[in-house]
Design a protein around this ligand. Structure first.
Ligand code: 5GP
Ligand code: ZN
Length: 113
């Protein structure tokens, strides 16, 4: 499959990983939009938020749990951070493998870009 994030999951494209378990990986964004910019993704190829099925509920909950843990490890849990999912073209999605952006390390503004 021609999916850049599946290739990151496989390891055929390198990434700076900060977390991995059987279901999820998290790695630094290649073009950071903030001092801390980490992507948290399921290993399973789910193209967009619209493709999340009821059977994925536990996986989605775990992505948020991992995000919380990473925010703490990165030292931004108290100062604050933002979790973002872009869905489809007008949502600004570029990579069609579900991911949550964790952004922090500065005062964020401009929610709607
Ligand atoms: P989207 O706009 O789809 O929500 O975000 C995709 C994100 O993936 C972008 O912030 C982009 O910089 C990041 N990205 C794209 N290709 C790669 C890559 O090969 N490696 C990493 N680490 N990040 C990538
Ligand atoms: Zn994929």
């Amino acid at each position: 499959m021609d999916c850049i994030f599946c290739k990151i999951v496989e390891g055929s494209i390198p990434s700076k990983k900060v977390f991995e378990n059987e279901r999820i990986i998290a790695f630094h964004d290649i073009q950071p939009a903030a001092p801390i910019h980490i992507l948290i993704i399921p290993k399973k190829h789910i193209p967009t938020m619209n493709d999340v099925a009821a059977e994925d509920d536990a996986l989605i909950a775990e992505i948020f749990s991992v995000a919380r843990q990473i925010a703490k490890e990165q030292g931004v849990d108290e100062s604050g951070y933002r979790l973002v999912n872009n869905c489809n073209a007008e949502g600004g999605q570029v990579v069609y493998h579900l991911h949550v952006h964790l952004l922090g390390g500065k005062k964020l503004s401009g929610l709607a870009g």
